[in-house]
Design a protein around this ligand. Structure first.
Ligand code: HEC
Length: 138
């Protein structure tokens, strides 16, 4: 009996101390299919976009690499639970389900992967833009 309790205490501790996997480095993120991205994108354009494209209503812009790198490091479970339950940020509030009330959990998960995928793409484009700008400025 005591052994069993010890065993479960051990499992609990291991479970809690587990470092989250950075979303960008997770297998799920790397292997997401184009079809799932389309589902994620449809959620993005109808809801998330409003706050996270340019950083309106207190949401962080996907162009903000520093912020999104920090978010990615928190791991998928943490991020997904914020989107599902809603989150009060310093400058604004994200409603539960990121305000996509008709979305299923599956669609919301795909939206989370989509937003990180998009963040990487737009941030890379931004870096290229900046370096082209520097070359042309003389
Ligand atoms: C009404 C504005 C609004 C909408 C719509 C919205 N968000 Fe947010 N979101 C916020 C605010 C405000 C925060 C807190 C500040 C931040 O980190 O951007 C936030 C935070 C987040 C975070 C960081 C969570 C964390 O744990 O730190 C993620 C990821 C996110 N939103 C994704 C989404 C997705 C995906 C959708 C669409 C399903 C969405 N948001 C829709 C305003 C919004």
């Amino acid at each position: 009996m005591q052994r069993t309790i010890l065993f479960f205490t051990y499992l609990f501790m291991v479970g809690c101390s587990k470092e989250p996997v950075n979303i960008y480095e997770s297998e799920e993120f790397k292997k997401i299919s184009p079809k799932d991205l389309v589902v994620g994108e449809s959620v993005w354009v109808t809801t998330c976009f409003r706050c996270h494209m340019y950083g309106s209503m207190g949401g962080a812009s996907v162009l903000d690499k520093v912020h999104f790198d920090k978010l990615a490091a928190k791991g998928f479970d943490h991020i997904y639970s914020s989107v599902l339950n809603g989150l009060a940020g310093e400058k604004g509030v994200m409603p539960p389900k990121g305000s996509c009330y008709s979305c299923s959990e599956d669609e919301l998960k795909k939206a989370v992967y989509y937003i990180f995928n998009l963040a990487q793409i737009v941030q890379e484009a931004e870096i290229i833009n900046q370096s082209v700008g520097e070359e042309n400025s003389y």
